[in-house]
Design a binder for this molecule. Structure first.
Ligand SMILES: Cc1cc2nc3c(=O)[nH]c(=O)nc-3n(C[C@H](O)[C@H](O)[C@H](O)COP(=O)(O)O)c2cc1C
Length: 190
């Protein structure tokens, strides 16, 4: 992620879909393009399709690199599709690959899918991230029938999503500032 000014929030955007024919990068790229206009954040993208995390939790160099990225971040956005009323196995494997590195950090969700807009995936993820001591922000960005919401350039005119994008960043920023201050004064009581 490199050096960033101390007052900027290091936001890691985790791309949760790893399918060969996935739509996820269109959604993630849109989110990241807009978010990079917000100078409160220093943004990097952690694409699980490239992370090569072992499903058997072997302590591999890839897993160590992943944990280091998680450790260096102040806040997260998980970009998740919905598969059979749940979230992708790759995303669960990623959460399970780190532990203390997640603790006391905020996360927001950008979801997409068919009719549900990925909202069931998001609500399930809230339960999971609570177990690794993260706080999930209320606002979600959600795309119903996602492939119809984006044009060939990867842009969307979905007003609700655009509005939620800004609110999600505001809420992440608030929590990230709060917990960075707390982390600086005393260790998180995990
Ligand atoms: C195995 C599978 C199960 C799916 N189940 C759901 C579902 O339960 N609800 C929903 O709204 N969409 C569902 N979809 C639609 C996906 O959310 C949609 O195709 C999305 O683009 C998948 O993300 P991806 O292309 O980045 O992998 C499913 C798609 C797949 C491949």
């Amino acid at each position: 992620m490199g050096r960033v000014p101390a007052d900027r929030i290091r936001l890691e955007v985790v791309v949760g879909s790893v399918r060969a024919v996935r739509f996820g990068p269109v959604v993630a790229d849109w989110f990241v393009r807009r978010a990079r206009q917000d100078t409160r954040f220093e943004i990097s993208v952690l694409d699980l399709a490239d992370a090569d995390l072992p499903a058997d939790h072997t302590d591999s160099p890839q897993a160590q690199r992943f944990r280091a990225r998680v450790d260096a971040a102040d806040a997260f956005v998980f970009v998740t599709p919905e598969y059979n009323h749940g979230y992708p196995a790759a995303l669960k494997n990623a959460v399970d690959t780190a532990k203390e590195e997640w603790r006391g950090k905020p996360v927001g969700f950008v979801s997409y899918g068919g009719l549900s807009g990925g909202l069931r995936a998001t609500e399930q993820l809230r339960q999971v991230v609570a177990e690794v001591h993260m706080v999930s922000v209320r606002q979600t960005v959600s795309f119903h029938q996602a492939r119809k919401r984006f044009d060939a350039a990867g842009e969307t005119d979905d007003g609700a999503a655009i509005d939620s994008h800004g609110r999600l960043l505001d809420q992440l920023s608030w929590w990230a500032d709060a917990v960075r201050g707390a982390h600086a004064t005393r260790p998180y009581p995990g």
